[in-house]
Design a protein around this ligand. Structure first.
Ligand code: CDP
Ligand code: CDP
Length: 212
């Protein structure tokens, strides 16, 4: 049976770091699905189009080029906000859903991280993890990360951004951020990346022992 690991959680909870480590450990392909939404927003901005132009956003999602996902500018702070705006458009989500499902259908299995992997993209995943951390800890992490990339920002500003984005992602009607009923919650507020990985691996091994 292919091992499909679904990882969801709010901004800077550590889901991407964990997904990467798990993918390496289990020898599986990894998709950071947030990058798809960031790339759609980036394509719109680059073309001089408004993020509120829903038809243009849908077209950008339908014609998304996999090659564009490696652009480091997708990681900019502003792109997280822009991605959150266009991700509420149902047609954008529908276009990216097919993409993500194809990725998850790899015969070996896959690790995907995002907001709706356990609830919408891979409802039959072998294991579902919902990663959380306090908003202050998440803001501290993002602050350190941005400082490392030379993007200066105040901790207060980042905290406000994170809380606004959580609220928007959780309250939208199309595939809101929500823990799947059969997901396991992992709070990483007090865990570094290595400790979170150990906990996640233990959860996955228990699940594998059950599903055989
Ligand atoms: O890394 P961070 O958690 O800050 O953001 P991200 O995972 O790159 O996602 C950026 C935005 O894309 C999120 O705020 C969501 O609005 C959207 N997104 C989504 O709607 N569904 C996903 N599966 C992944 C991201
Ligand atoms: O993907 P997501 O936005 O949920 O978060 P991430 O990109 O995995 O992690 C955000 C930042 O927090 C990165 O710089 C990680 O190295 C760091 N991190 C941490 O300090 N402690 C953890 N348990 C996980 C991640």
């Amino acid at each position: 049976m292919p091992l499909v690991i679904a990882i969801d959680g709010p901004a800077a909870s550590g889901k991407g770091t964990l997904a990467k480590r798990l993918a390496t450990h289990y020898g599986l392909p990894h998709l950071d699905t947030g990058l798809l939404y960031r790339a759609v927003a980036f394509a719109l901005i680059q073309s001089g189009l408004s993020l509120e132009d829903r038809a243009a956003a849908a077209r950008a999602a339908e014609t998304l080029d996999a090659g564009s996902l490696t652009d480091t500018r997708l990681r900019d702070r502003a792109m997280g906000e822009a991605a959150s705006q266009i991700s509420a458009v149902p047609e954008v989500r529908a276009a990216l859903l097919a993409w993500q499902r194809r990725f998850a259908a790899d015969p070996a299995g896959a690790v995907l991280d995002g907001r709706d992997i356990g609830t919408v993209v891979c409802p039959a995943a072998s294991v579902k993890l919902f990663i959380t951390a306090s908003s202050l800890e998440r803001a501290r992490r993002r602050h350190r990360e941005l400082a490392g990339r030379g993007e200066a920002a105040s901790l207060e500003g980042i905290l406000a951004d994170i809380e606004a984005r959580d609220a928007r992602d959780s309250s939208r009607s199309a595939a809101p951020l929500r823990m799947a009923d059969d997901a396991v919650r992992l709070d990483t507020t007090e865990l570094d990346a290595a400790a979170a990985f150990d906990e996640a691996r233990a959860i996955i091994e228990r699940a594998r022992a059950t599903i055989g």
